[in-house]
Design a binder for this molecule. Structure first.
Ligand code: ATR
Length: 279
């Protein structure tokens, strides 16, 4: 009997996870089918309950349900509870365990794809939504220092207060020279987002060693990354974070190491296929 995993969200039609997770299962010789589980909020309790079936390994959870699934689960891991968001559910003999691999996926991407160790380094996060929260928590756990700048300053203040020291909210536009790494956690620069051609912050004050990271992965090279590269700065795009959060989820479901290279290739092929198919 095939086992099943899927992605729960609304909408899930554009998710890349089915492409690269299915490639990982097939490559690993596992008889698992990864499905898209389109789930409006009213169906969420039934959808989550269906994960207790013996043939279901678990699920990914995406927008807008990462918070809403929490009361429907049996246990929620420390980081997911602190983030207030679950992106991975594991079914262990009918009991549902919630995890958050977004922040750890970001750290793994930094270490493995940019050879950048966050411990003791200073980060500036742009944005104060759920993405910024998950990344800030993982960075603090990795013993980095974190400052937060947001268009709406009150949200940055609230997030920093919630995270506790040593996270700080900035009141004034950031001076980049004092940071080792800048991370865009806003939707600025995202295709189909509110400001696809915009920059989340100017780069004029950046020092030569600044690493510029964008968690946006459509397009692969955002306006921020293009500007950073033109200034000779090191850059990291959003695809590695997506792949590593998925790789950690794969490992939670299966207990075996994820074939990360296979997952990268499948995601890149799928993105290229979509670009080719675009009008
Ligand atoms: P997520 O949970 O994915 O992080 P979110 O909670 O909607 O999504 O947060 C999106 C982030 O992008 C916020 O920090 C938002 O800034 P505000 O808090 O001021 O809304 C930021 N953002 C979105 N559009 C923006 C824009 N045009 N300029 C600057 N920041 C923007």
């Amino acid at each position: 009997m095939s086992r099943r995993v899927g992605i729960i969200g609304h909408p899930v039609g554009h998710s890349l996870s089915p492409a690269f997770q299915q490639a990982a299962f097939s490559h690993s010789g596992l008889d698992v089918v990864y499905e898209r589980w389109e789930t409006p909020l009213t169906s969420l309790p039934d959808r989550v309950a269906s994960l207790r079936a013996p043939e279901v390994l678990g699920a990914n959870v995406t927008v807008p349900h990462k918070e809403h699934v929490i009361p429907l689960l049996d246990e929620v891991g420390g980081l997911a509870a602190r983030a207030g968001a679950v992106n991975t559910i594991v079914n262990r003999e009918g009991r549902l365990f919630g995890f958050n691999t977004d922040g750890p996926g970001f750290i793994a991407a930094l270490r493995n794809e940019a050879a950048f160790e966050p411990a003791g380094r200073s980060f500036l996060l742009l944005g104060a939504g759920g993405a910024a929260r998950g990344i800030a928590l993982a960075l603090l756990e990795a013993r980095a220092t974190v400052d937060i700048w947001n268009r709406t300053p009150g949200r940055a203040v609230a997030l920093a207060r919630d995270l506790g020291a040593p996270a700080r909210a900035l009141a004034d536009p950031p001076h980049l020279a004092s940071y080792d790494c800048l991370v865009n956690c806003t939707t600025v620069g995202m295709e189909g987002g509110p400001d696809p051609r915009g920059l989340p912050c100017p780069l004029e004050t950046a020092g030569p060693a600044l690493l510029v990271v964008d968690i946006v992965y459509t397009p692969r090279e955002t306006p921020l990354l293009r500007r950073a590269a033109a200034r000779g700065l090191r850059t990291l795009g959003g695809l590695p974070m997506l792949i590593y959060q998925g790789a950690l989820a794969f490992e939670l479901w299966t207990g075996i190491p994820a074939p990360v290279d296979v997952m990268f290739r499948a995601a890149e092929n799928e993105l290229a296929r979509r670009e080719g198919a675009a009008p």
